[in-house]
Design a binder for this molecule. Sequence first.
Ligand code: ATP
Ligand code: MG
Length: 245
Amino acid sequence: MAEAPAVVVEDIVMQYRVREDRTAGRRLGGLLPGGRPVSRIDALRGVSLEVPRGQRLGIVGRNGSGKSTLMSIIAGLRQPTSGRVLVSDYPVMLGVSAVLNRDLSGYQNVLLGCTALGMRREEARRRAPEILGYAGVSASAGRPMRTYSSGMRARLGFAIATVVEPEILLVDEALATGDAEFRRRGRERVKSIADRAGAVVLVSHTMRDVRDNCDRVVWLDDGRVVMDGPVDEVTAAYEAGDGRP
Ligand SMILES: Nc1ncnc2c1ncn2[C@@H]1O[C@H](COP(=O)(O)OP(=O)(O)OP(=O)(O)O)[C@@H](O)[C@H]1O
Ligand SMILES: [Mg+2]
């Protein structure tokens, strides 16, 4: 029997309900729909996919196509309106706004982040120098995170999230602000997770990152999968279509 996939997404529908600003509606006249006080946003309209163990799946699609919504549902951070997600282990999500506290130091964030991922405090303390070193921010370890550049924050977030290589890693545009060296390290770690039969799902607007990191690509548009296949084919079609099928 074939091994069970790491992630199974079954017919996920996600509708957000949002209260409209009626003043804006009146002022903008015909630009806003209807003037209803609450409107429904169909972020995902029935998405199904499987990520086998050992696979690095890329997700592409224009702004607002539903990528981050899908990632947060796979991560278990959000309940879908209908459909279900099955995972072989708890996914670790690495987002653009990785949960780092801006007022705490890099060191404190390492302790906090590692314990949040289930590490014992003692081990987190022991491994902090290694994590800060890997992130390349050792010299700034005592400074508050708000003084870090966005690339430094991204590096530290990535180092924390992948210190214990998770079985399922979800990356939502978290590689984007890194420099060349960080991208290379990110690529190595993503590969190493997949090589250990883990699974990685990576959202990016940078086709180079998708080509460097993924074995397969799903293209989302308006909450639907419009293409699912080999990296070269899907990224080429996406680029040629300028974000539209
Ligand atoms: N918390 C929310 N409440 C209401 N609507 C939301 C919320 N989050 C996202 N949406 C809507 O859901 C749709 C999909 O958004 P989502 O953030 O998943 O897109 P995305 O593909 O990640 O876009 P981007 O490339 O800009 O990151 C959009 O129409 C967006 O306005
Ligand atoms: Mg997004």
